[in-house]
Design a protein around this ligand. Structure first.
Ligand code: KIV
Length: 303
């Protein structure tokens, strides 16, 4: 059994140019499969809101949602480093509530670290969390919780002043004690520069080839009914959405045609036992006949 990574291991991976693989997961089976497949880090992202809960944005996701889903992920991936997102407005609104919300994610959810969006503006929150013993992953570039402020899901850092601000944000997060940052939807050249400038791992999503690791969303790479799978930065590795839809369609057809259940799926018992199941007594034969008549009426024939 492999050992869970630590934040020290991750820093060493950066130094040794050993790329860090990160994937989101939101429940027990997705976490278990990701761990079995050898993922380095699982992120319980607030993309939960989009791909699992059916919201348009991550904004409605609550701290209770994240704690609940993180707990399931922690049960499924007991040897994997788990980072969980702090949802919209659960940080940056007062030191005490930031600490309390992060504590819930760690204590009740079982995560090893939290992630929050924002750069220099969030540095003091990051420093307070780190001081309290909570590892923090930063998140800059396209920050989905600010989608309305940013005016949509657009590539960030194309203009010089934007790029400069992002470099300063990355440095501020590193100085505040973040152990890693996510860099989302920025130009490849800017991501390469930030990755080179920082000593902590930079995990890219839509940030090109030169980051220290990559993160993608579980439902995107598997085409699991995700709204995102056509995005340029996503590579899909399987189409389980189609597989699941076809399988359920076949099940529906087989139930309707009585092809399922077939003989291999049923339990049989000696006639006496069947009689006792129907309560014994003088009218058992009638009840058996009723069951057979009902079965025949539904078009289900068993020998
Ligand atoms: O919520 C999420 O899944 C994320 C990743 C896209 C980095 O923040």
């Amino acid at each position: 059994m492999r050992k869970r990574l630590t934040i020290t291991n991750m820093k060493k991976m950066k130094q040794e140019r050993n790329a860090i693989s990160v994937l989101t997961a939101y429940d027990y089976p997705s976490a278990k499969l990701a761990e079995e497949a050898g993922i380095d880090v699982i992120l319980v992202g607030d993309s939960l809101g989009n791909v699992v809960l059916g919201y348009d944005t991550t904004i409605p996701v609550t701290i209770d949602d994240i704690v609940y889903h993180t707990r399931a992920v922690a049960r499924g991936a007991q040897q994997t480093f788990i980072v969980a997102d702090m949802p919209f407005m659960t940080y940056g609104i007062g030191r005490e509530s930031t600490l309390r919300n992060a504590a819930r994610i760690m204590q009740e959810g079982g995560a090893q670290a939290v992630k929050l969006e924002g750069g220099a503006d969030m540095a003091s929150d990051v420093a307070a969390l780190v001081k309290a013993g909570i590892p923090v992953m930063g998140h800059i570039g396209l920050t989905p919780q600010s989608v309305h402020q940013l005016g949509g899901y657009k590539v960030q850092g194309k203009l010089d002043e934007e790029a400069e601000r992002l470099i300063n944000d990355a440095k501020a997060l590193e100085q505040a004690g973040a152990f890693s940052i996510v860099l989302e939807l920025v130009t490849e050249s800017l991501a390469a520069l930030i990755s080179k400038e920082l000593s902590i791992p930079v995990i890219g999503i839509g940030a090109g080839r030169y980051c220290d690791g990559q993160v993608l969303v579980y439902h995107d790479i598997l085409q699991y009914s995700s709204p995102y799978f056509e995005k340029k930065f996503v590579k899909t590795y399987a189409d389980i959405g189609t597989t699941i839809r076809n399988a359920i369609h076949t099940y529906v057809e087989e139930v309707k045609s009585a092809a399922f259940p077939s003989e291999q799926h049923v339990f049989s018992a000696p006639p006496a036992a069947v009689q006792s199941l129907y309560g014994g007594g003088s009218n058992n034969a009638d009840k058996d006949n009723d069951v057979q008549a009902d079965t025949a009426a539904r078009g289900v024939h068993r020998s």
